[in-house]
Structures are given as C-alpha cells and as structure tokens.
Write a protein that binds this ligand. Structure first.
Ligand code: PBG
Length: 347
C-alpha cells in the first residue's frame, strides 16, 4: 500500500489557496541561492568590523583567555603584528584593552595617566606597524584601579566629577600617544563634553569620540573581566553608573546627552540582548551607531559550538547580520578577523 505523495493529495477542505494568496507567494523569492542573495536587505561587510584586542606586558607572547576560547592577551609586538594582519584584511578599526600588572593598580587608577603605560606603547607600536588602520582606546579607570571600578571609589560611592577629571587626563595622554578614536566606557555624567573640551584645547580637535552611550550593568561582561584581570578584584557591582537592563527610554536620553556634548558616534553595549535599543537609537538620531558584541556573547557562541550544540560559524555570521539588520553601522566583535577572512574568501 504505502502513502500517496503529498502533491497528489487534494487541497485541504474547501480552502481555495490560490484565491486566498491572490498571486502572492513569499517562498518564490527564496527558492534559489541567487535569488536569496538578490533580495537580501542587509549585508555584513569587512568595513563594518571593529576588533577589540587585549594587550599585556612582555615579548612575543600570546596568553590564552580561558573563558574566551580563541582570544589571547597579546604582548605589544604581537599586537602590532595582529594589527597589521587586520589592516591587510581590511578591518577599519581596532580597539585596545590593557591587562595592567596588579602591582601598578591603585585606588585612583594612576597608571592610566602614565604616558608610557601599556596602552600608549601599544598605540605607538601599532601606528608604526600598521599606519592605515584606525586605533581606538577605552577611556575608563577599571583596568588600573585596585577595586576594579571605572571611577574613583570613596567609601561605597563612585565619585562622578573627580572621576571625569581623571578621564580627561587619560584621554589626553592617549591622544598624545596618537590614538584616533576615544571610547569612553565609564558611564560618568558629563564626561563626553569634558573630554571633548580637553582634547580641543590641546589641539586634538580631530580625535573622534565614540561614546558608550547606552552601556548596561550586564552579566555578559564576565569573560572580559577575566581578560583584563578585574573579576577577582571588583568590589560590589557597577549598577550606580551603568544602566539598568530594564530601561529603554533612558537610553535615548543618554545618547542625546552624549551627542549634545560632542560624541561623533554612539554605541550600545551589550549587543544581542539589546537589539531593540540599537534599533531605537539609530531610528531616533540617525547618527553613526555601533553595537558591542561583548565577551559573554562571544563565549556563549563558542561554548555551544565546542559542545556541538550549534554550528558556530553560522551562529557567528547570523549574530553579526542581526546587528546590521537592527541598524548598526558597525560592530565591535572578537570574531572580527575570522569574519573578515571569511568575507574575503567569498564565504
Ligand atoms: C570597562 C569595559 C568593560 C567592557 C569594555 N570596557 C567591562 C565593564 O564595564 O565591566 C566589556 C567588554 C566585553 O565584555 O567584551 N570599562
């Protein structure tokens, strides 16, 4: 006996499907690979990628970050070589994050103001090795403070205004080292305007600012804090300065404030759990808007892929396409060189 092929079955009940569809069939455009390519609305490109890298003291060493498989802390010489590779792949911008020797950390983050600190030396080495790539640095005190906070801690308070003073000095020494883009990730009030004025008065009016405009107090930063060595030392949490994950209107006000103060570009962080925020900010302000696919997002994809639970390569591409679809002009992602190599190979 056997079952008849479905195509031989009569239409369901009395429904006249062709009449119901009135000629429209959404699946027609999806039938072939060329047609799917042709009607695709958004396209991820190499020009959309910003690559965050971790730097550490030493020579010719790459230290694996256990909670971020495939990611390494790089000594300055290695970072310069990787920057050159990224530049050859066509990646427009790299973002630097230092692992500061714990002996150099203090309650005020003084090492942030050392013009010869790790980040400043990395800027100079990368500039020499890869002159065509853009260099971005984080402005925040957390890699330099003994308590792991982005600002100055007094009792259980993070002091806003004194911290802004430190951040201005930090931005200035990074500008003097030759950075292209300053990325304030600290979430203090008024820091964009203060940094802009400081830079302008010192003749660095060309240095761009990408503000971490909507940065949430998130559980997804865990592996990053392993990479820069702040997980072990962080006292309490960052909820008095980073945003509450329940808020959306507040992100509009944060971004508006940063733009009024002089931000050239704004960013949403984390990425995937906050695509609605990304969409709203792009829709509202129409300025260059970026998303940070943070360490925990990277770790989740890698962990699931390592277990064989998802196809890691496809999940990587799909997650990054989603940022573009939501309106991002670009994405900070630890996948950047892998993605760039794939795109370059036509995959
Ligand atoms: C610190 C900073 C953090 C990240 C970028 N800059 C962590 C934090 O705020 O604790 C997180 C990036 C990531 O998780 O990939 N100012």
């Amino acid at each position: 006996r056997g079952t008849p092929p479905f195509s031989a079955l009569p239409a369901v009940g009395s429904v006249d499907l062709p009449a119901l569809l009135q000629g429209r069939r959404m699946r027609r455009n999806r039938r072939t690979a060329w047609s799917r390519r042709l009607v695709r609305e958004t396209q991820l490109g190499i020009d959309d990628l910003i690559w965050p890298i971790f730097v550490v003291e030493g020579e010719r060493t790459r230290q694996p970050v256990p909670s971020m498989p495939g990611v390494f802390r790089l000594t300055v010489d290695e970072a310069a070589a990787e920057a050159q590779r990224a530049s050859d792949l066509g990646i427009p911008l790299i973002a630097l994050f230092p692992y500061t020797d714990p002996a150099l950390r203090d309650p005020f983050g003084s090492e942030a103001l050392n013009p010869d600190n790790l980040v400043c030396r990395a800027i100079r080495a990368i500039r020499a090795a890869a002159p065509a790539i853009g260099i971005m640095t984080d402005v925040a005190l957390d890699p330099y403070t003994s308590h792991g906070h982005d600002g100055i801690l007094e009792g259980d308070q993070i002091l806003n205004d004194p911290t802004v003073g430190q951040l201005c000095r930090q931005a200035l020494i990074q500008a003097e080292a030759g950075v292209d883009v300053i990325g304030p990730s600290d979430m203090m009030d008024g820091r964009i305007g203060a940094i802009r004025r400081t830079l302008d008065m010192a003749g660095f009016e060309h240095v761009q600012i990408m503000s971490y405009a909507a940065k949430y107090a998130s559980a997804f930063y865990g592996p990053f804090r392993d990479a820069v060595g702040t997980n072990a030392t962080l006292v309490g949490d960052k909820r008095t300065y980073q945003m509450d994950p329940g808020n959306s209107d507040e992100a509009i006000r944060e971004a508006e404030q940063d733009l009024v103060e002089g931000a050239d570009m704004i960013m949403v962080k984390p990425g995937m759990p906050y695509l609605d925020i990304l969409f709203r900010l792009k829709d509202t302000f129409r300025v260059p808007t970026f998303a940070y696919q943070v360490s925990g997002e990277y770790a989740m994809i890698e962990a699931a892929a390592a277990n064989g639970w998802i196809d890691g390569e496809r999940a990587m591409m799909e997650s990054l396409s989603a940022f573009k679809r939501a309106g991002a002009d670009g994405i900070l992602t630890y996948f950047a060189p892998r993605v760039a190599a794939r795109i370059k190979a036509g995959l």
